[in-house]
Design a protein around this ligand. Sequence first.
Ligand code: NAD
Ligand code: ZN
Length: 252
Amino acid sequence: MKNNFAAVGRLLESSKRLLFITGAGVSAESKIPTFRGATAAFADGMTEDGMPFEEVLSGTTFRANPTLAWKYLFKLEQSIRGKTPNAAHRVMAALQSPRRHVCVATQNIDGLHQQAGSRVVLELHGNIRRVICTRCQYSDYRETFEGMPPLPRCPRCDAMARPDVVLYEESLPVLVLESFVREQERGFDVVFSVGTTSLFPYVSQPIWSAARRGVPVVEINPERTVISSLANYRFAGPAGETLQQLMREMGT
Ligand code: NAD
Ligand code: ZN
């Protein structure tokens, strides 16, 4: 493992374009629970409202019963409220330099990568603090959802507002996906998968395609995942600690 740290440290040192694909595990050390934990879904995935967790947070539920969907969106926002970036977010931001481009494609909706100073953050699932109108697309940024309910309405047209997050059954934001494709077309020297199960195809596919082209793949995750067998280097430790150690290896 020592040699792995040194080898990846050298790769980081010489890299000019880096991709980090991140998921909930990156924010675990900021004490943000998984969605299931935050919404208090029981072991069988059922919420206290007798609906599976994926259903209360779906586009269909939001349209049919926005009060119910908002109840769980509030819980999610509460689980993120006041949380701050950890070493993993900070190292990814610190790796940016005039000669190194760092792209972060995240499934997280907590905004912690930007808070840590990362400049190119592709939010595949949106950001819970951006609230948008369901009718006119007016968009507003909320520091906190404290004081809500009542459910937020659009200050322009009074229609229902909602967080700009991708609910279950909904498609990904087109502009973000287009940016992700452009970034991948330019290529990367190293691709990292950090704190994600990589279950969504748009998260595992860039790893597959990097591996096919011979681009080194690094995985940081305490558990094995669907992309583990593709990784040239695998670190089974927590994201923050591991990335800090990799950064220390640079230039040594
Ligand atoms: P997941 O919850 O399915 O999996 C988390 C992964 O992180 C697991 O593979 C786990 O082994 C790993 N992990 C746990 N602790 C870790 C640590 N300290 N360091 C490194 N890895 C660690 O998350 P997912 O794959 O991102 O997908 C679930 C969905 O939940 C996504 O849609 C995501 O948007 C959403 N989500 C977001 C947040 C957030 O914004 N912070 C939080 C929870 C869930
Ligand atoms: Zn409106």
